[in-house]
Design a protein around this ligand. Structure first.
Ligand code: AMP
Length: 259
């Protein structure tokens, strides 16, 4: 299956080419057609699978028809790093279109964000807290949203964003497309998915095991033998390089000095 099989507008195909993508990843193959048709989608997939393009390419294609400079697609992400990543990808995919996107997240001044929103954008990638904040200030109109994406929903729950998310949902039009992505499906996320999604197309990547090149081992050892064991493992496995995680920064410093 190739990107050409989805019938993307040439302006979207240009974005795919600009991103350097040749073949769609499994989640893209499984989800893009459904998103294009306007269906709700539940994607159980981790970052690194190509899920951003899986939802954003069809969203941009669908937005080509219709008005401009109204918030028609809203992506919620748990961290500003993820929001930045998604928006950068969006900008690349949309480079040959007249669609505009922006980010909304905390930890930086609200003024620039509010100005960009007031000038008008079609896609907003936001963290829930700051989005509510700018909405409270009257700087964003959410009543025109046609498609909502919740990315990394499990992390969103872990980070305590669920009440904020619910407040945002209450501001959105009832008739809209909903896409929810999550690496894991704990009870809270399942409940949210049940509430949010209408007869969703479910995409679950079967291969969620660690890469075949990685061996896992658990070794039980007393506190006083840990360092010897680590040295032994590093020597016998002939590691050229290794990353060792410790519980505290103090331990990390001490271990590094000892090694
Ligand atoms: P994501 O899971 O969306 O964070 O994507 C992970 C990485 O894979 C990003 O660097 C993407 O640019 C890249 N990627 C996504 N789709 C494709 C594709 N079809 N071909 C090659 N790289 C891709």
């Amino acid at each position: 299956m190739s990107f050409h099989d989805f019938g993307f507008d040439p302006r979207i195909m240009a974005g795919i080419e600009a991103a350097g993508y040749v073949d769609p990843t499994p989640i893209q193959q499984a989800a893009m057609g459904e998103v294009l048709q306007g269906r709700d989608v539940l994607g159980v997939a981790q970052t690194g699978t190509g899920k951003t393009a899986a939802f954003m390419l069809p969203i941009l294609h669908n937005l080509l028809d219709g008005p401009r400079r109204k918030v028609r697609a809203l992506v919620l992400a748990p961290t500003r790093e993820l929001a930045e990543q998604i928006e950068q990808a969006t900008r690349e995919f949309a480079r040959d279109t007249d669609l505009k996107s922006t980010t909304v997240y905390g930890g930086v001044s609200k003024r620039g964000q509010a100005q960009r929103l007031r000038r008008g954008v079609d896609v907003v990638v936001a963290c829930p807290g700051r989005l509510l904040d700018v909405h409270g200030d009257g700087d964003i109109d959410l009543s025109t949203v046609e498609v909502l994406v919740m990315d990394e929903a499990d992390r969103m729950c872990d980070m305590g964003f669920l009440p904020d998310v619910r407040r945002i949902l209450a501001e959105l039009p009832a008739r809209r497309q909903n896409l929810l992505f999550s690496a894991t499906m704990p009870k809270e996320v399942r409940r949210l998915a049940d509430e949010l999604l209408h007869r969703p197309h479910v995409v679950e990547l079967a291969n969620r095991a660690p890469a075949a090149t990685i061996d896992h081992a658990l070794v039980l050892v007393g506190e006083d033998r840990k360092r010897d064991l680590l040295e032994h493992l590093l020597e016998t496995d002939g590691c050229a390089s290794a990353i060792v995680f410790t519980r505290t920064k103090h331990r990390a410093r001490r271990l590094a000095t000892q090694l």
